[in-house]
Design a protein around this ligand. Structure first.
Ligand code: CTP
Ligand code: CA
Length: 225
């Protein structure tokens, strides 16, 4: 677009971001979750808004303020997150930062589960959640640029390459979590694409966000609208 400037390279673009964990109910008072803080995803949404994009942030349960200029949709479960993501399409770029729970209880109970006095907990059957990133990878309204995140503790680039292919993404931002970053304020990332691996030095999450959004803007400007 002609109103594009150096300061707002994403003007006229819609960027969709997922962030945070999901909570999968077991019964009315219990759930399955993970330690995702949502900080990296919120920082990316904020950076996209600063770059002039229209931003939809689909957020799992986190206690973080909504970044300026961002439209936030709060969800709890993976299935709600998928529905909110599909409802937000079309988007020029989608950046899936959420730590989606891989499994949910097969049948969430309507009433609080009680101990039965036997000393043996009842089994908790699980089923796999839908894969939101993979769903977008083969979607009729697939965003032009589709980016996933992957937290890995070993063989970081190798696992990320496999996820790239399996999910039909353009990039996987592989996060080396062999140290302690969950909930921390910096990240060591490798951008894995079909062209290879680009490794960045350990950076504050805000700097990772700014640099990733610059790269997104470059990639989108190299493509037709
Ligand atoms: N993802 C998703 N929906 C899921 C699971 C993952 O959209 N149900 C997305 C995440 O948001 C992330 C990417 O897929 O962008 C990779 O997530 P990850 O948990 O690393 O991948 P999995 O396929 O779940 O593999 P793993 O067994 O390593 O957890
Ligand atoms: Ca997973």
């Amino acid at each position: 677009p002609d109103f594009e400037t150096a300061d707002t390279p994403l003007a006229g673009r819609h960027v969709l971001v997922t962030a945070g964990p999901t909570h999968e109910p077991i019964d009315p008072v219990r759930y399955i979750a993970n330690r995702s803080s949502g900080k990296q995803g919120f920082a990316i949404a904020a950076a996209a808004a600063r770059a002039g994009a229209r931003v939809t942030l689909v957020a799992g349960p986190v206690h973080l303020p909504t970044p300026a200029g961002v439209r936030r949709v709060d969800v709890e479960t993976a299935r709600e997150m998928l529905a909110a993501v599909e409802a937000a399409l079309p988007a020029d770029a989608a950046i899936m930062v959420a730590a989606v729970a891989d499994w949910r209880a097969a049948d969430a109970a309507d009433q609080k589960l009680k101990k039965d006095g036997s000393g043996k907990p009842a089994p908790l059957p699980l089923v796999e959640n839908p894969d939101i990133l993979a769903t977008l990878g083969k979607h009729a309204k697939r965003p032009a640029l589709l980016v996933g995140f992957a937290a890995e503790t070993q063989k970081v680039a190798e696992h990320a390459q496999a996820k790239l292919a399996r999910k039909g993404a353009d990039w996987i931002v592989a996060n080396d979590v062999s140290g302690d970053v969950m909930g921390g304020d910096s990240n060591s990332v490798h951008i894995v694409s079909r062209d290879g691996v680009e490794s960045w030095e350990n950076l504050p999450k805000d700097a990772v966000a700014t640099r990733l959004i610059e790269k997104v803007a470059d990639a989108l400007s190299a493509r037709p609208d």
